[in-house]
Every structure is written in C-alpha cells, then in structure tokens.
Design a protein around this ligand. Structure first.
Ligand code: GLP
Length: 291
C-alpha cells in the first residue's frame, strides 16, 4: 500500500484523475471499477474536463460500478446508474453498452450477483478499481463483518451508512435497506486499486484502514492485502496518520510519481472543481438514454 497526501481536495482529485487518464492512455480498452459518492464527483468532473480539453478517449473502455441500491430503478434520481450517467457517462464518449452496474430491480438478486461476477470475468477482470470510503470504513457497501473473501452479493445497509447517505434522499426513511455490492474478495482481485478520501470526517477511519489491524469490521483494512493499492488523501483526511512523514517522502522521491508531482501541486485552492463542473443535462434527456 502507498499513501499520497496532497495539499487540498482539488489536488487530491486531480491526482486520481491523472492516474486514471495515464492508465486509459496506455490501455484504451481499460476495464475500470468505478465508485459513487460526493468524493468522486470532483474526479469525474476532472475526467470530463480532460475529455473536452485533451481528448481523453473513453470509446473503448469498459466500466463496472461497485454497487447499486436494491429497489431503485435506473431512472431513480438516487440510483447509482443515474449518478454515473449524470457525472460521467453522458459527459464523455463512452459507449453506454460498456458501462455496467448491478441491477437493483432484478427479480432474482442472487442470479444478478452471480451474473455480475461473470460479466467482470468475461471482460478479463478489473484493471483499475476506484474506491471511496464510508464513514464506517466500508468499500462499496461492504458493511461491518463483510467476509474478506466475499463476492458480489446483497448486503443490508448499516444505520451509519443509511444516515451518511440520507442527505441525498428527500426523506431519510427512503434510503434503501439493501444494496448489491461487489465483495471484498472481488475488489481484492482487481489489478490496481486507487482509494480517494477527502475531509476531516474521514481522518479517523482512514488512519484505521491504513495503520490499524486487518478486520472484517472495517472492509477498507483488507486493502493492506492488495499488492498494488494507493490511497490518495487531502491534508485533512490524512491528518491522523502516524507515519505521514514517511508517506510524503515516498511521494516526493519515488521516480514513478515524478510525472505527477509538478502537475498535481499546480492545482490550487480554486482549482478545476468550481470552474469546470459539467453542465447538468435535463432529466428528460437522461431518461431517454436510460430507456
Ligand atoms: C457510498 C458508496 C461508497 C462510497 C461512500 C462514500 O456509501 N457505496 O462506495 O465510498 O458512499 O461516500 P462519500 O464520498 O459521499 O463520502
């Protein structure tokens, strides 16, 4: 595991987007694992900007999202399909047929989970998995006690997770109780993992995930088992790490990070985030695409 601490949220998201773009340019058929949540919005905004300004090409890449709520149709404003269409897919030249999320309305959820694993395997596995982290340390919706070898399945959402995601719903009662999520084992199978965490409210759980013992109570600790995993943090999310001096030294001195150092530090407090938010498409236009 590697930890990179950037001076602010924009610089951290910019670095994540640059790592993704580099992988996409070296493999146009990249299979990407994608995540949702507030944290990812600035990464997707940056990728959209790179598509517009630098011609970053999504036409051949394939994507698999980590999770989807059970019981929400893909047209529902709180579904993760809707989130992905809005923040990324409809803003770039990706073929929607190459974008995958679990089907939260499937009548046979067990079959849907098995099918999702099969689809990932048919694409040759996930090359690059993007991850956020929940306040209880979940990856995707791998809630406390998720087996470290778990595969895609239905999980019951914990009260902490439902409360964390409630502000996005019109009423907290409407937050679904269940979701389909890739398992911890499915995530560990991907070739490279990049986790982005932003903000002081993530500092304590990030410290546990990086420097604490591996436990199924905190699925992010399983990343310590992954051979190629990078956590990218802003200063506040990294503020409770004991070994941050060492992590900073590695980023400043490792040759692999050289191309990223200058570009990343050029992103200031008022970086791309505010200036380049993708234009929101009208809801009707999006439902057409979702038909
Ligand atoms: C949800 C998603 C997770 C994501 C988390 C963090 O629970 N299922 O994949 O990591 O939100 O969200 P945020 O970035 O809003 O803190």
């Amino acid at each position: 595991m590697e930890v990179v601490i950037r001076p602010n949220a924009d610089a951290a998201a910019d670095l994540v987007a640059r790592v993704i773009a580099k992988e996409m340019r070296s493999n146009p058929r990249l299979v990407m694992g994608l995540a949702t949540g507030n944290t990812m919005e600035s990464v997707y905004a940056r990728l959209v900007q790179m598509h517009g300004e630098e011609g970053l090409d999504f036409s051949a890449c394939r994507t698999f999202n980590l999770d989807e709520y059970v019981g929400l149709s893909n047209k529902h404003a709180n579904s993760y399909r809707h989130y992905m269409n809005r923040h990324l897919f409809l803003q770039v030249n990706i073929d929607l047929k190459n974008t995958h999320l679990p089907e939260g309305m499937a009548t046979d959820l067990v079959a849907e989970c098995a099918n999702y694993e099969r689809l990932i395997a048919e694409c040759g596995g996930i090359d690059l998995q993007l991850l956020g982290i929940g306040q209880n340390g979940h990856l995707g919706f791998n809630e406390p006690l998720s087996a470290l070898r778990s595969r895609t399945r239905v999980k019951i959402l914990s009260p902490v997770t439902r409360a964390q995601n409630a502000p996005l719903f019109p009423n907290p009662e409407l937050v679904p109780h269940r979701a389909i999520t890739m398992g911890v084992g499915s995530i560990l199978d991907c070739r490279r993992c990049i986790l982005l965490a932003i903000g002081e409210e993530k500092a304590a759980i990030v410290a546990k995930a990086v420097e604490g013992p591996i436990t199924s109570m905190i699925s992010a600790t399983a990343l310590q088992l992954h051979p190629e995993c990078t956590l990218i943090l802003d200063e506040t999310a990294g503020s409770q790490l004991k070994e941050s001096y060492y992590y900073r030294w590695v980023f400043e001195n490792q040759p692999e990070w050289e191309p990223f150092r200058a570009a990343s530090s050029a992103v200031g407090k008022n970086g791309f985030h505010a200036k380049h938010q993708p234009e929101q498409k009208p809801a009707e236009a999006m439902s057409d695409v979702l038909e």
